[in-house]
Write a protein that binds this ligand. Structure first.
Ligand SMILES: [Zn+2]
Length: 151
């Protein structure tokens, strides 16, 4: 394992961008839309419950284990918040996605693309692992062949 890992590139994947500021904007917007519709608030104001949840989301996002490579939250396999808050957060985010298509088609498409980006990153990760296993197998075969040849 150590032998092969020496030959793996050390660079960080370049396709990852820090999308936290953008995602924070997206979340704030979605919370606003949701709260205005469901809790009868207006303008920049959110109801106390949504304000509290949003504050938690914003704080926890800064401590996200993914750091700058963080995928969009609804695709995250390690949600930052507790089970109850994650459920509430997802509900707010998902309820607005259908509506977003009419009001912000570009944002919905971007959200989908970001989701695809996560799938792609996961695919690349798996591919790297598979390639490594294949290379190992090939090297073992070569070594076996070499031993036979010497006989
Ligand atoms: Zn609210």
């Amino acid at each position: 394992m150590g032998f092969f890992s020496r030959f793996l590139p050390k660079r960080k994947p370049a396709e990852f961008k820090n999308n936290i500021p953008k995602e924070k904007q997206n979340i704030k917007k979605t919370f606003g839309m949701y709260c205005h519709r469901h809790h009868d608030t207006k303008g920049d104001k959110l109801c106390p419950k949504c304000t509290a949840l949003l504050a938690t989301v914003m704080t926890k996002m800064n401590r996200c284990p993914y750091g700058i490579t963080k995928p969009i939250c609804d695709r995250c396999d390690r949600p930052c918040f507790g089970a109850t808050q994650t459920k509430e957060f997802m509900e707010i985010m998902s309820q607005n996605q259908g509506r977003m298509f009419f009001t912000h088609p570009i944002m919905t498409i971007k959200h989908k693309l970001a989701g695809m980006g996560v799938d792609y990153a996961k695919y690349q990760q798996q591919k790297k692992i598979d390639d490594k296993a294949k290379a190992k197998e090939k090297a073992a075969k070569e070594r076996a062949k070499g031993r036979k040849g010497k006989k």
